[in-house]
Design a protein around this ligand. Structure first.
Ligand SMILES: CC(C)(COP(=O)(O)OP(=O)(O)OC[C@H]1O[C@@H](n2cnc3c(N)ncnc32)[C@H](O)[C@@H]1OP(=O)(O)O)[C@@H](O)C(=O)NCCC(=O)NCCS
Length: 383
């Protein structure tokens, strides 16, 4: 009899040099560099380069990488037509997944292990995801998509394509750091699903579309949306103790708390919290940040000792909300950043490929007789 580990908890599925996490000390490193350092000194594109190529770029390398990304930011009119044909009320993550899968039809990949092809697919995916997200967000409101502007940085350009306004430097910096913090996180569900797809030697577009599908769920990337909905439901700070007690007594999850790996506060949530505080308006009687802080305190007293503490999604949603971004775009923005990490894992998988084919423990019947249709009674066992 095999041991069984539901959710594969604690089972290593790969060797990787991309990122490292220590859930007890609250440490996260990308290619050996602490995320706090990257948040302070790096940019999203530089971090994406680091994740993909395992070293910080020189000026020349970063310049070339950035130019290549900027060159590929536009999307084909047929991708826009595809987005136009999707229902406006559909979730933007589904639109993103469909558009990314469609990209693979426009840019067929013949050999996933060929280096130039890999580089170009990485460039295209990092470049085009923001354009797709912004285009769908505008099309569903009846507005034309705004083409990318080459004089704007990666973060500035996304916010411009979304809002038609160039954001100020402080907001751009916050948004860019949010992308850095979301860019990679070891072997989580979306990375794993992408790696399973990559292990069949499917093209990176298909790999990334698998990961996007997995990220969408509320137990993974979708939690950032759920946090904002949850905070909006709470009327005032004084309702929080009862809210928490009620949820815990019903064994319901409080969104934005808990993590399979972190037993202390997620180091990304610590950085995010500072930004949420910076953007908070203390005169706002319905400040989500104030409610979030009160909720964090209450959770700490009730379940903190069990290691259930804020994760990245707790404060990220509040930041995007303050920036005026629609709630259902939070997870697509997460995907725009995480594509860097997904691609790094995808390429690592191609390099040392071994088809994922786990085992299962069968616990069904054997030698069951085939029953003719006229003898079958609904809900009744045939034996
Ligand atoms: C992320 C998550 C799935 C990881 O959980 P996990 O390692 O699989 O742990 P479990 O879901 O088995 O939870 C273990 C225990 O902690 C409790 N718990 C975990 N997260 C909790 C939360 N957010 N609120 C309340 N209780 C929680 C569970 O009820 C369970 O309690 P029990 O031992 O009394 O049955 C889980 O914490 C969760 O669902 N969080 C909310 C969603 C979220 O924020 N996701 C974003 C992750 S970055």
């Amino acid at each position: 009899m095999h041991d069984f580990f539901p959710g594969l908890a604690g089972i290593p599925a790969a060797k990787s040099s991309i990122s490292f996490v220590d859930g007890h000390e609250g440490i996260l490193e990308y290619r050996g560099i602490r995320i706090e350092e990257l948040a302070e000194h790096s940019s999203f594109l530089e971090t994406a380069f680091l994740l993909l190529f395992n070293h910080l770029p020189t000026n020349f390398e970063l310049d070339q990488f950035t130019r290549n990304i900027f060159h590929h930011r536009r999307i084909k009119y047929r991708i826009i037509d595809l987005l136009k044909s999707l229902p406006e009320q559909g979730h933007p993550m589904d639109a993103l997944q469909a558009a990314v899968a469609a990209l693979g039809m426009f840019y067929p990949v013949h050999d996933v292990r060929e280096e130039t092809t890999r580089y170009l697919t990485a460039i295209r995916l990092i470049a085009k995801l923001p354009t797709i997200v912004a285009a769908f967000a505008r099309l569903r409101r009846g507005d034309e998509p705004i083409p990318p502007r080459d004089d704007l940085t990666y973060a500035e350009n996304f916010l411009y394509m979304l809002t038609e306004q160039v954001p100020d430097l402080a907001l751009t910096k916050i948004f860019d750091v949010c992308l850095i913090l979301h860019a990679e996180h070891t072997m989580n569900a979306s990375t794993f699903s992408g790696m399973v797809t990559a292990s069949t030697l499917a093209a990176p577009y298909t790999v990334i579309s698998s990961s996007i599908g997995t990220l969408e769920g509320p137990l993974h990337g979708g939690a950032n949306e759920a946090v904002v909905h949850m905070l909006e439901e709470i009327n005032s700070e004084k309702d929080i103790p009862l809210f928490v007690e009620d949820k815990l007594s019903k064994k319901e999850k409080i969104m934005g708390f808990g993590h399979r790996i972190y037993k202390v506060k997620d180091p990304r949530a610590i950085v995010m919290q500072k930004f949420a505080q910076q953007l908070d308006n203390p005169n706002d009687t319905r400040s989500l940040y104030t409610l979030a802080r009160a909720l964090e305190r209450e959770m700490e007293s009730q379940v903190g000792p069990k290691g259930i503490r804020p994760n990245i999604d707790f404060y990220s949603g509040i930041i995007y909300h303050r920036m005026g971004i629609e709630t259902d775009l939070f997870t697509p923005i997460f995907a725009m950043a995480r594509v860097a990490g997904w691609l790094a894992h995808c390429f690592e998988q191609y390099q040392e490929n071994h088809l994922f084919r786990p085992d299962q423990i069968y616990d069904g019947p054997h030698r069951r007789p085939y029953q003719p249709i006229e003898e079958r009674i609904k809900g009744q066992c045939e034996e």
